[in-house]
Design a protein around this ligand. Structure first.
Ligand SMILES: Cc1cc2nc3c(=O)[nH]c(=O)nc-3n(C[C@H](O)[C@H](O)[C@H](O)COP(=O)(O)OP(=O)(O)OC[C@H]3O[C@@H](n4cnc5c(N)ncnc54)[C@H](O)[C@@H]3O)c2cc1C
Length: 293
């Protein structure tokens, strides 16, 4: 399908980018890797008059780890950089796994983590690991920077908390505490190059006696946005996690999910898979934290 006509604008600074986005409002769209946006333009007949490319804005293409401040991913930080980054693989394995599971090598070499989040698909692979690691996003607009916890960023399918003239400048992820384990699980009809029908990330932190002192569980593709399951997280904290606790938390996750039926899967099957993947994610997170089982 041919692309509709548009003007390509190539700002050279963040302030120029925000000014263009503010000036053209709904007639303009920001372009990062283009792997989502260009497909949508050709498929859905969406036709913004202006695409504002980020490529010429310096200082946005980075994935950095600092032992005090944690992981920072710039607006042009690629999925492929994230999944190959030594510190990400070692300290944020659920994020590395999720980035690795996204699309194909060619798309990961073009697509950004920021684009994956801003696209606001309920099934976005990097969303649930970033939720369990407690990520925040730095949004930059005409008034400068503002920070937002990632769990307040997603408002609905394709909808985010980005305001007029704003872009996502950086994703920040704190350093996980000692004795923390995490894991990412996904299931799709095809084993490769398929959007997740259900995905889940789990994270647990144990104290020196092996009791769980912090837990996070997030689900994707089973609600209008990727989301954490507070009830399930609470059910894991305060005791040594055993199989009964895992089953309780997974059942709570299933109860909290609100999947729809679509071309990828039926709602009832998705609900069942939430329970399975949530249990697997918690179990694997527990194992990598050094705890049982
Ligand atoms: C064949 C194929 C397979 C795919 N498989 C998967 C998959 O398995 N899992 C998955 O999660 N995704 C998948 N995707 C979707 C896509 O590749 C990812 O979402 C990718 O991370 C998007 O990043 P991008 O830089 O290309 O974003 P773009 O296409 O450039 O932008 C996506 C959206 O985000 C906005 N945007 C981008 N960057 C910013 C920013 N910094 N600030 C504000 N708004 C911004 C754009 O305006 C646009 O609305 C697939 C796509 C294709 C074509």
């Amino acid at each position: 399908m041919p692309l509709p006509k548009f003007a390509y604008l190539a700002p050279k600074s963040l302030s120029e980018t925000c000014a263009l986005l503010a000036q053209h409002g709904p007639n303009a769209r920001l372009l990062a890797g283009g792997t989502d946006l260009l497909l949508k333009l050709s498929r859905a007949g969406q036709s913004p008059r202006f695409l504002v490319g980020l490529r010429n804005v310096p200082g946005l293409d980075y994935v950095r780890f600092d032992a005090t401040t944690g992981l920072s991913i710039g607006a042009l930080g690629l999925l492929s950089t994230v999944c190959e980054h030594d510190d990400v693989r070692r300290r944020y394995p659920a994020l590395a796994e999720a980035a690795q599971a996204t699309a194909t090598v060619q798309i990961r070499n073009m697509g950004t983590v920021a684009g994956n989040l801003c696209n606001a698909s309920p099934s976005a692979d990097t969303a649930t690991p970033l939720l369990v690691y407690g990520a925040e996003v730095v949004l930059h607009g005409p008034a400068g920077d503002r920070k937002l916890p990632l769990d307040q960023f997603f408002l609905g399918p394709g909808q985010t908390a980005l305001g007029p003239g704003e872009l996502l400048r950086e994703v920040r992820v704190p350093v996980p505490a000692a004795r923390t384990g995490s894991d990412y699980q996904r299931i799709s009809e095809r084993s490769q190059v398929d959007i997740a029908a259900v995905c889940a990330s789990g994270l647990v932190t144990l104290d020196a006696e092996g009791r769980c002192i912090h837990a996070r569980l997030a689900l994707g593709a089973v609600a209008p946005t990727p989301r954490r399951v507070d009830d399930a997280e609470r059910a894991l904290v305060g005791a040594v996690i055993d199989e009964a606790a895992i089953a309780r938390a997974a059942a709570l996750a299933k109860a909290a999910s609100r999947p729809i039926s679509d071309a990828r899967a039926g709602a009832a099957w998705r609900k069942q898979m939430v329970e399975v993947l949530a249990a697997r994610a918690i179990r694997a997170a527990l194992r990598s934290s050094g705890g049982r089982p």
